[in-house]
Design a protein around this ligand. Structure first.
Ligand SMILES: [Zn+2]
Length: 222
């Protein structure tokens, strides 16, 4: 169906454009893209010209870039593959949730729709990855979850962990040590006005979470 050949480097740019635009809709600036890719504006511009030649992006010099319909479809398919592989690695191979991202970064570049569809079938069509991020279906649609940052909860409110905004292994390991995996329940007991840190109860245990944790942890209020 899609005879368009793309390199891993090109695919990583498409994903980066998608992710930036997801947070801030509109035209993605070349500098923002270069920063996300950890490269210079000149290299990012070279790549954008290549992607533009392949009609994967609409690129205007000095203005920035948006994904074309094809580019958007490719980026969504990459995210689908990435997140399905993460589910596979955690659920079937027993990896912890902080260990799978780098593997998935490689696995997502394997070409072949049949592989993705078999994987999806094998896993029973999961709708969320091990970090709580939604997995696009074969049509590129995904479920939005009603969730809020832990930071917005007041004392007395309880929530269930639904996801994270920081995917770094150190953060994920820290949460795991606290018993804060997906589906864990917690209650905010007190919040310090000074720095927005919160005393919370997780199971039998009481602990203090910093503002940074409150900012990066998504919960569904129950
Ligand atoms: Zn990942």
């Amino acid at each position: 169906m899609n005879a368009l050949l793309t390199t891993s480097a090109e695919e990583n740019y498409l994903k980066a454009i998608f992710k930036i635009a997801e947070k801030e809709p509109g035209v993605v600036l070349t500098n923002a893209l270069a920063a996300e890719m950890g490269t210079s504006a000149a290299s990012a511009t070279d790549m954008l010209k290549r992607l533009s030649d392949k009609q994967l992006v609409a690129y205007e010099k000095y203005r920035g870039v948006t994904l074309s319909e094809t580019g958007n479809r490719l980026a969504t398919a990459l995210i689908r593959k990435h997140r399905l592989w993460e589910v596979f690695l955690v659920d079937k191979l027993g990896f912890a949730w902080d260990e799978v991202h780098d593997f998935a970064e490689q696995l997502e570049h394997i070409q072949g729709e049949t592989l993705t569809e078999r994987l999806d079938n094998f896993l029973g069509h999961p709708r969320f990855d091990p970090h709580g991020d939604p997995i696009p279906d074969a049509q590129g649609k995904w479920m939005r979850r009603t969730q809020t940052r832990l930071l917005t909860l007041s004392p007395g409110q309880r929530g269930i962990v639904t996801g994270v905004d920081d995917h770094s292994p150190t953060f994920l390991q820290y949460l795991a040590e606290l018993g804060l995996s997906l589906g864990a329940e917690l209650e905010v007991l007190e919040r310090t006005a000074y720095d927005q840190s919160a005393k919370v109860r997780i199971g039998e245990r009481e602990t203090v979470l910093s503002e940074k944790v409150g900012q990066n942890l998504f919960v569904r209020i129950i």
